[in-house]
Design a binder for this molecule. Sequence first.
Ligand SMILES: Cc1cc2nc3c(=O)[nH]c(=O)nc-3n(C[C@H](O)[C@H](O)[C@H](O)COP(=O)(O)OP(=O)(O)OC[C@H]3O[C@@H](n4cnc5c(N)ncnc54)[C@H](O)[C@@H]3O)c2cc1C
Ligand SMILES: NC(=O)c1ccc[n+]([C@@H]2O[C@H](COP(=O)([O-])OP(=O)(O)OC[C@H]3O[C@@H](n4cnc5c(N)ncnc54)[C@H](OP(=O)(O)O)[C@@H]3O)[C@@H](O)[C@H]2O)c1
Length: 413
Amino acid sequence: MGSCKDQGQHHKDEAGCVRVHGPIIVGAGPSGLATSACLTHQGVPSLILEKSDCIASLWQHRTYDRLKLHLPKQFCELPLLGFPENFPKYPTKHQFISFLESYASHFSIQPRFKQAVQSAEFDHVLGFWRVKTKDCEYISRWLIVATGENAEPVIPDISGIDKFKGPVVHTSLYKSGSEFKNQRVLVIGCGNSGMEVSLDLCRYNAIPHMVVRNTVHVLPREMFGLSTFGIAMVLLKWFPLRLVDKFLLLVANFTLGNTDQIGLRRPKTGPIELKNVTGKTPVLDVGALSQIKSGKIKVMEGVKEITRNGAKFMDGQEKEIDSIILATGYKSNVPTWLKGCDVFTKDGMPKTPFPNGWKAEKGLYTVGFTRRGLLGTASDAFKIAGDIAEQWRTIKDCNNNSCNSHVILLKET
Ligand SMILES: Cc1cc2nc3c(=O)[nH]c(=O)nc-3n(C[C@H](O)[C@H](O)[C@H](O)COP(=O)(O)OP(=O)(O)OC[C@H]3O[C@@H](n4cnc5c(N)ncnc54)[C@H](O)[C@@H]3O)c2cc1C
Ligand SMILES: NC(=O)c1ccc[n+]([C@@H]2O[C@H](COP(=O)([O-])OP(=O)(O)OC[C@H]3O[C@@H](n4cnc5c(N)ncnc54)[C@H](OP(=O)(O)O)[C@@H]3O)[C@@H](O)[C@H]2O)c1
């Protein structure tokens, strides 16, 4: 795999480029797999280039052991193939990975692994995308960006952190609290990762100090025995967003109590509106809140400075710390490799917002950048496959009718 010699159905030309029949998809996570499956279903071949050595590398290599899907399984399915019936309501990450493996094999998806895309640029003369990895150049009329919203960890520059004597790890490398038994651990960040890692640390008798520098919405994972997300989705069909937010907060305050009193101040904007406007995900509580209430997870204000042995906080407190976990989130990596087009922001998100961000110009598509998790992926994948299939059939018909303009057609956008 990855060598220019073994090109399967794709053709290597005289200049040493691999001409890909159908689109090139960058990334073999759920989004890349879903799009490839939908294309296959429409009779369009595709080629996935993946930088890692496996599919779903985020899930396989960069998530902790106890991770479960946050949303009920019906909101996390990929197109055309459901989860096995025996899956629980909230599948574990191992179940999710095994599903993705069978999904790939069901649709005969065989990504090229260890093919980190270093650059992709539209060649205006040829009318093709040129996609370069370390050892090969691939060309296609279509390029599908599926590298994810969470491609790289965010590592903030925190004053003094280089002087700290203990380990500093990002949550993408955290596996389990067993490595932190009985330690005082500073968890920086209080998104879903910060909360769940803090909870996991409690299970191993560690003492998490979780840094909450800002406001945060915490919602129960379920309300009245139904998933909060599911309730919100149904209500949004009938009621305005702000009313739905008010309802969610009313129930959240009733079931969780006033989170302001335990150091988790709520933003003024409601949870769904905030997600839509800023992309900030509300925390769905799976047990961390009760550990905060019981004092096992200590909520700290922003960090002023890290010292050799601990941390100084904005409110003047100082604590000795054994390890630091950065639960500071992730970012897209698209700006590092997609060149010469104006489709993405400097943060690597499509400039055109959901639901129209999936299609750009000159055969460029994006999947999985909707800030709507796997549900957004499924919606993008269907639309992309439909759109490309239409063009594919036109080209094929023309070739069958001996238009003798294969190249010219490929150039048209
Ligand atoms: C801890 C955690 C838990 C989550 N839980 C949920 C959940 O329960 N439900 C939900 O809907 N969402 C969840 N998400 C969001 C999650 O990221 C997505 O739902 C899902 O993984 C997105 O799939 P994707 O294929 O778009 O991106 P990814 O899964 O990130 O896959 C992108 C792929 O692209 C590859 N890649 C990146 N750059 C390059 C390059 N230059 N060249 C080649 N390949 C490249 C990567 O190696 C990776 O395999 C979670 C995220 C995290 C971090
Ligand atoms: N079970 C699950 O399904 C599950 C589990 C974990 C994660 N996820 C998903 O994965 C995605 C990423 O979640 P995440 O929690 O890793 O990231 P996140 O939601 O982006 O949260 C990052 C946190 O780090 C804080 N932060 C960043 N820089 C900081 C700094 N310099 N000092 C102090 N705090 C700092 C942020 O605070 P500010 O708000 O102040 O910036 C925020 O609290 C989300 O979509 C999430 O829902 C899902």
